[in-house]
Write a protein that binds this ligand. Structure first.
Ligand SMILES: *Cc1c(COP(=O)(O)O)cnc(C)c1O
Length: 434
């Protein structure tokens, strides 16, 4: 009965016809054909149920397309700060602060006096309180911007003295020496790739010196016959020492003994510390500048500071992060391997004995984001056949793992425990072996 020629289901527009609509075709290019097909299937279903006329299906599908914007992905790579996945995820407190700050706020107004006030003082005050060794604090768009501002304001037309062992490429082809020279400062390279002594620095100093730069080699290690000159010694040279610590630790973390932190570096005598907000601090993308009152004032008043000014949403997230530093990044770094193993075992058990060849395996997670290259974090992963990698990445809820020797590892260290169920559902959507 149901499939006679007058059956209304016969009038459901064909999938090909709908996908040929230019708007849906364009959306396929943006969001992937599978996602748009799912939207089309829902519109067809509504026609079938009599909720839409067949000629309305097209517009209904277009209206139901996802809004353009980044896809939310689950990071099961075991890389805590994955630059391609947006580095640090914000804490719930920081997210709430961003949402609240999206409207009008007192970002640059003192409500008591009704006058203009220092922009983003909540974030600046929180940073100053967290690092009392800093005389003053300034925030710009990212770590690279912090270096550009320091180089421009303190060394344009003059020299930055830096070790040959610290001329770092940060990623995607961007190199700190090029960045620094783009400001009009000249680099005065001293020492060698593996060894640079205090005397090397001292011999290069002169009236042309703007500052001595110390760069933390965050994303590589040099071992063997090596020697670097610590900030404590550089601070005896009588010129300002600017230390790019990279990772944004405000105070020392025993888990990461080789990562410099702002407080210790300032106490060692650095005049200025630069760092990123979205690495180990676990906050929004930002460049932190902490240090000497007069130097920070000079940076803050430099014309370029206006071009590197940070957004009110970032300032709100940063204030919340510094105030309440229990971030997802910290949780991922300090996650207990035993607890991770339990979660992975539960995940495997709840996938059912359906021949998915899922195994529970030990894994090694890393800090990532160009930080702590020598640190290995013991972790646990669900191991699946490699063929799961593509469908999980392109599915309705993308899950990113890492492929190791023909297996896809889903490391739960950076997946919030409440998302384990989402991982399970995503794995179950991948057709199993027959
Ligand atoms: C990450 C990093 C930078 C760049 O910081 P961004 O916030 O990515 O701009 C600069 N220097 C060092 C040592 C770094 O680790």
């Amino acid at each position: 009965m149901g499939d006679g020629p007058t059956d209304p289901r016969r009038r459901v527009p064909r999938t090909d016809t709908l996908l040929a609509d230019p708007r849906l075709a364009a959306a396929s290019a943006t969001f992937g054909r599978d996602r748009v097909k799912a939207v089309v299937a829902r519109a067809q279903e509504r026609v079938r149920r009599g909720e839409l006329r067949p000629d309305e299906a097209r517009d209904a599908a277009v209206a139901a397309l996802p809004a353009p914007g980044p896809r939310v992905v689950l990071n099961a790579t075991g890389v805590v700060l994955h630059t391609n996945l947006g580095r640090a995820p914000l804490s719930a407190a920081a997210v709430a602060a961003v949402v609240a700050a999206a409207g009008h706020t007192d970002v640059e107004l003192d409500l008591t006096t009704g006058r203009r006030a220092r922009r983003g003082r909540d974030a600046l005050d929180a940073l100053a309180a967290a690092v009392p060794d800093a005389g003053a604090v300034h925030v710009v768009n990212n770590g690279a911007a912090a270096l550009v501002l320091a180089a421009t304001a303190l060394a344009a037309g003059r020299e930055i003295v830096v070790s040959r062992g610290e001329l770092v490429e940060i990623g995607d082809g961007f190199r700190l020496p090029d960045l620094l020279e783009s400001t009009g400062a000249r680099l005065r390279e001293v020492g060698t790739t593996n060894r640079t002594t205090l005397a090397d620095y001292a011999a290069a100093l002169g009236p042309q010196t703007g500052f001595v730069l110390k760069v933390h080699p965050s994303n590589f290690q040099v071992t063997g016959f090596t020697s670097a000159t610590p900030v404590r010694q550089l601070a005896t040279l009588g010129v300002p020492v600017v230390a790019d610590i990279g990772s944004g630790l405000l105070t020392a973390d025993p888990l990461l003994p080789d990562e410099p932190d702002a407080a210790t570096t300032l106490r060692a005598g650095a005049a200025l510390v630069t760092a990123s907000g979205d690495k180990l601090l676990g906050g929004p993308q930002a460049g932190l500048l902490l240090g000497d009152v007069d130097l920070v004032a000079k940076l803050r008043r430099h014309p370029l500071a206006r071009a590197l000014r940070v957004d009110k949403l970032t300032l709100a997230a940063l204030a919340a992060t510094v105030h309440q530093p229990d971030t997802p990044t910290r949780a991922a770094l300090h996650a207990d391997p035993g607890a991770l193993r339990n979660r992975v075992e539960r995940l495997r058990d709840r996938l059912g004995a359906d021949g998915r060849k899922a195994e529970v395996v030990p894994a090694v997670a890393v800090v990532g984001g160009g930080g702590a290259p020598g640190v290995e974090l013991d972790s646990w992963a669900l191991s699946l056949p490699e063929r799961y990698a593509g469908p999980l990445r392109t599915g309705e809820q993308p899950v990113l793992g890492r492929v190791v020797r023909g297996r896809l590892l889903l490391d739960l260290r950076c997946v919030p425990a409440e998302a384990d169920e989402v991982v399970r559902a995503a794995v179950l959507r991948v057709p199993g072996d027959d």
